[in-house]
Design a protein around this ligand. Structure first.
Ligand SMILES: NC(=O)N[C@@H](CC(=O)O)C(=O)O
Length: 423
């Protein structure tokens, strides 16, 4: 196993120091002559990023992404663990499918791939899937979600919340009241009216979050809210947290930056669920992330094949790439707030997902060496053709972003060096 010496690195923005990695952990001692020395002056070390919301598309849509290509995109984005959403084909609603995804992740060996199990059979919202069997499978599923669809039936949602309490699982809800979003193409507001597109009202999200925090409070279980997108949702979460409800929430980089005005050009690269909202929502989401009302940044990395994106707006699939641009976008929005970034993109997501070996303290000997090195001074231009993802649907093509991932280590092994994937 390789040993590394990261010379002159700044851990979370602190004064430069030498960081030793050997035997897969942070070490107090220099590893000796054999250690590979990396000049890390000017670079910032963060615990490896953890994404609680990634779509890897395998099995079923390997033309859009595979576990391997998505893992490579993740490592290049500074991630050491991703939670793979269940809306694959077949759906990840059995121990067999989650184990398959987990095994493919191990084979790729670039990040820890932690499968998310479906809440309901086939994501159909009718019958609870075998949550216990997925939890006790080799994949050890802890997060369950019908993402892409909302668990709209309140009785089913209640039962699922009750069921996962037995193994400290969490239900990650895609909050969208389906009766309020029928035919919706974008955020309901001034822009949708002007464009003549059917709107997805903010209340469709807020009503489900309000219902679900009450259900979670009632049964004393853990709820996680996926991709929060509205100012009203933030207020519901703020109140629930103040009451002590066991709720966590995520926001995507794109909802922290982009607005519904971008739909004006009818370019489907900006079509996403939940939709891009207004400037007021963006401001509220930023504040909520700073306050901790929103716990984590999650990418909702949603690769789509060319034919599913480069078509007329109403036919295009919703979703955008996220893994390779998440940290630069967060840096561009918040600046070098490294403690905040480490918490919201690594420590808190690792805790939510129960990934104990991630999000560790890099100043402590013995911490698993899951980390990433960022060059905050580097600027780069997003070229979709250069992304490692198999898909090209990034909303940031041509944008100049701050912050380049120079290296990523998974249990002490480099997955990225000099900004390039090792395998
Ligand atoms: N977030 C997205 O816009 N798309 C997701 C599923 C979904 O939430 O619709 C996908 O799987 O593509």
């Amino acid at each position: 196993m390789m040993a590394y010496l990261l010379k002159g690195v700044s851990i979370l923005g602190a004064a430069p120091t030498d960081l030793h990695i050997s035997d897969g952990v942070i070490s107090a001692e220099p590893a000796g002559q054999d250690a590979e020395v990396i000049d890390a002056s000017g670079l910032v070390a963060l615990p490896g990023l953890v994404d609680v919301h990634t779509h890897l598309r395998e099995p079923g849509r390997e033309d859009a992404e595979t576990v391997e290509t998505g893992s490579r995109a993740a490592a290049l984005g500074g991630y050491t663990a991703v939670c793979a959403m269940a809306n694959t084909s077949p759906v990840a609603d059995t121990a067999g499918v989650v184990e398959q995804v987990w095994r493919l992740g191990r084979e790729a060996g670039l990040v820890d791939v932690q499968p998310i199990g479906a809440v309901t059979v086939g994501l159909a919202g009718k019958q609870m899937a075998e949550l216990g069997a997925m939890a006790s499978s080799a994949a050890g599923v802890r997060i369950f979600s019908d993402d892409g669809f909302c668990v709209a039936d309140p009785k089913l949602m209640r039962r699922a919340l009750e069921y996962v309490k037995a193994f400290d699982g969490v239900i990650a809800q895609h909050a969208e009241e389906p009766r309020l979003t029928e035919g919706a193409q974008m955020h309901e507001g001034e822009v949708s009216t002007r464009l003549g597109l059917t709107g997805w009202p903010a209340v469709a999200e807020e009503a489900i979050i309000a219902r679900d925090v009450l259900l979670a409070e009632h049964v004393g279980s853990r709820l996680h809210v996926c991709h929060v997108s509205t100012a009203g949702s933030v207020e519901v979460l703020r109140q629930a947290k103040a009451r002590g409800v066991r709720v966590t929430a995520e926001v995507t980089p794109h909802h922290l930056l982009l607005t519904d005005e971008l739909a004006s050009g009818y370019d489907p690269v900006f079509k996403v669920n939940p939709p891009l909202r207004t400037r007021k929502d963006v401001e509220a989401l930023r504040q909520a992330l700073l306050d901790g009302v929103i716990d984590v940044v999650a990418t909702d990395h949603a690769p789509h094949a060319v034919q599913d994106k480069e078509c007329e707006w109403s036919y295009a699939r919703p979703g955008m790439l996220g893994l390779e641009t998440a940290l630069p976008i967060v840096l561009s929005v918040f600046g070098p707030k490294w403690e905040l970034i480490a918490d919201r993109m690594s420590i808190a997501p690792a805790r939510i997902a129960g990934l104990d070996s991630h999000g560790g303290d890099l100043t402590r000997a013995g911490t698993p060496a899951n980390l990433t090195l960022v060059d905050p001074a580097a600027r780069w231009v997003v070229d979709p053709a250069e992304l490692a993802s198999r898909s090209r649907n990034t909303p940031y093509a041509g944008h100049t972003l701050p912050g380049r991932i120079v290296a990523t280590f998974l249990r002490g092994e480099a997955t990225v060096l000099d900004g390039k994937a090792v395998k």
